[in-house]
Design a protein around this ligand. Structure first.
Ligand code: BGC
Length: 252
């Protein structure tokens, strides 16, 4: 039987986790969603996950995907979560408080690992970006299937807009906050993708995040001259990738 590990995806507004059959890239049972606790401190966030029955039911290492740069096991930035995460070594905390081992990695990198292995990026070669369009914009860069972690391209300055970062211009949250219709939002997204195209010359963009559920309404409006694919794994991608990382002991 394919090993089944817990994959956790921490976001600014919700935490998603699931039991994942890592060799099939599939959620077993339900994807559990909890509101991110306030304040979203390490103790509150990890406490919320670890006190859920699924955390004890899933034995073995667990994967934690997180909206931050993770270097040598430590959170080096903290976007959309409490600043007390800065410098935190989540694996050490898990081991000390709950006696568990695991993997700790950026959320978009986790979603990217899952999409490349089991989703829209299966078999894609060359330069591939997996972008998650949600509260922020997450990016995962793959070159011939290999992840270059922590690219943080949601913080890229948008060409022609002084002091405006890509995610403050074109995230799904911005669309909702400003009440943008699909064409207006896609025009913004296109500008971000065009900038990435100009700088990296990617072969494929894979677009994920909650808004990709409505890809049929807006995907055809994109004009960037690069192949664009809708992410295939839906809201579970980050949790699936986190569990894969735990299984493979991937720690950037
Ligand atoms: C963070 C990234 C994260 C992305 C999506 C950005 O604000 O800096 O680390 O991957 O949001 O959550």
């Amino acid at each position: 039987m394919s090993p089944q590990l817990l994959g956790v995806d921490v976001g600014g507004s919700s935490i998603k986790f699931a039991r994942v059959a890592v060799e099939r890239g599939e959620v077993v049972g339900e994807l559990v969603t909890l509101p991110t606790p306030t304040p979203s401190t390490p103790a509150n966030v990890l406490g919320a996950v670890m006190s859920h029955p699924l955390a004890t039911e899933c034995e073995g290492p667990l994967g934690l995907a997180f909206p931050a740069v993770v270097k040598a096991g430590r959170a080096r930035t903290a976007a959309h979560v409490d600043d007390s995460w800065l410098g935190v070594e989540a694996r050490a905390l898990l081991a000390a408080r709950w006696g568990r081992t695991g993997a700790f990695l950026n959320d978009a990198d986790a979603a990217g690992l899952a999409e490349m292995r089991f989703g829209a990026g299966c078999g894609a070669r060359g330069v591939v970006f997996v972008l998650t369009l949600g509260t922020g914009i997450g990016s995962a860069l793959f070159v011939d299937g290999h992840l270059a972690p922590n690219t943080e391209l949601g913080h890229l300055a948008v060409a022609g807009l002084a002091d405006t970062e890509a995610e403050a211009w074109a995230s799904a949250r911005v669309r909702a906050q400003l009440g943008l219709d699909w064409p207006a939002w896609v025009a913004r997204l296109d500008r971000v993708l065009a900038e990435l195209q100009r700088l990296f010359w990617p072969d494929v963009f894979i677009l994920g995040g909650g808004v990709s559920e409505y890809f049929a309404h807006w995907g055809h409006l994109l004009q960037v001259p690069v192949e664009v694919r809708r992410a295939a794994l839906g809201p579970a991608a980050g949790a699936i990738g986190a569990a894969i990382a735990a299984h493979e002991r991937y720690n950037p």
